[in-house]
Design a protein around this ligand. Structure first.
Ligand SMILES: Cc1cc2nc3c(=O)[nH]c(=O)nc-3n(C[C@H](O)[C@H](O)[C@H](O)COP(=O)(O)OP(=O)(O)OC[C@H]3O[C@@H](n4cnc5c(N)ncnc54)[C@H](O)[C@@H]3O)c2cc1C
Length: 302
């Protein structure tokens, strides 16, 4: 297994970074399909990949296994997501120790969301109320760690179009600032389809004194059902008329729909690159074709 990569250095040297997000598959067959995708996308020389963590820790083992397998079978630095909802401090520490021992380079530190089906969920049982507390805990862990590795890099989430729990956008920026002050190395944003939202968010961050890299979360839309699911999951994300017009033109032809979604994302990425974006992070949903098409068209990758 490769040694740990310093993610802050990677982000400083490889601007714009290109990276991919995967989720842990549920079956052996899905896992093999994912590794075919990973080997295809590897040709683009991504700076890193990240692996999601199921709500409330539901994919704890699968996230861990996928991160380790990526690091064993490729040379790509793999970054696990970690949420603090539904975990005790001891559990978080045990997870971090496992990652440190395996040489994992960084963690995306998140709050997570309370389990949707459990309306009585008591947040007092969580290790930490907010992601900023998890960032502080990881930095304390880094200072005290006794393995050869120096410690994890830390990423945090940012929301160009706002996080639904905080309607006051000035306060929301203060909360983001707290995560950065606690020791975050980079921000990865929620997906967005309006570049204005991202560029304005980036400006607002800089005005608030946040100067760490801000990586843009890009989701190429490939199916109508996927888009509808995403509108539910990424509450508050704006679907601009221009995007909807392009998708409507595809009518009910799935191939034309995927092409229209990829074309929109290509134009979006081209504009972000011309605006000097720090990095493009593709939400792949474990499929590689749209991302590969966009990356090839824009000559992305190292
Ligand atoms: C790039 C990315 C990857 C993600 N990956 C996953 C994943 O793998 N698994 C998963 O379950 N979820 C994931 N999520 C979703 C995320 O967990 C949720 O959106 C969650 O609601 C917010 O997480 P956060 O880390 O931004 O929380 P926080 O930064 O803690 O913020 C949550 C809310 O609390 C507010 N807040 C923060 N601090 C305070 C304070 N001191 N006082 C009052 N309010 C405060 C914020 O303004 C915000 O509204 C991801 C999101 C993004 C953008």
């Amino acid at each position: 297994m490769q040694g740990a990569t310093n993610i802050a250095e990677v982000l400083g040297q490889e601007k714009p970074t290109v990276s991919f997000e995967f989720f842990p598959p549920k079956s052996a067959a899905a896992s093999e399909r994912l590794f075919t995708t990973i080997h295809e996308l590897k040709q683009l020389n991504p700076s890193f990949v990240s692996v999601t963590y199921g709500a409330g820790g539901s994919t704890r083992e699968r996230t861990h296994k996928l991160v380790l397998r990526i690091m064993e079978q490729t040379t790509i630095p793999a970054i696990p997501h970690l949420t603090c909802i539904n975990h005790s401090i001891d559990e978080i520490e045990e997870i971090l120790l496992g990652y440190a021992t395996a040489g994992v380079p960084a963690v995306l530190a998140l709050r997570g969301d309370p389990p949707g089906e459990d309306l009585e969920y008591n947040r007092n049982q969580d290790a930490f109320p907010y992601a900023a507390d998890l960032v502080s805990f990881i930095q304390k862990f880094n200072r005290e760690i006794k393995t050869p590795q120096k410690g994890f890099g830390v990423g945090v989430a940012g929301f160009p179009e706002g996080h639904p729990d905080t309607q006051n956008r000035l306060k929301e920026m203060d909360h983001l600032r707290q995560k950065v002050d606690a020791g975050a190395d980079y921000i990865c944003t929620q997906l967005f389809f309006s570049n204005y939202s991202f560029l304005d968010f980036r400006d607002r961050c800089r005005l608030a004194g946040i100067d760490i890299p801000i990586i843009a979360g890009i989701m190429p839309i490939t199916t109508r059902s996927g888009m509808e699911r995403m509108a539910d999951l990424a509450a508050g994300v704006h679907f601009p008329a221009q995007l909807q017009r392009m998708l409507q033109g595809a009518n009910d032809d799935p191939a034309a729909f995927e092409t229209a979604g990829s074309n929109y994302a290509t134009t979006q990425c081209a504009e972000l690159l011309s605006e000097g974006v720090d990095g493009l992070h593709f939400y792949t949903l474990n499929k590689g074709s749209a991302t590969k098409q966009i990356a090839t068209e824009l000559n992305l990758g190292r």
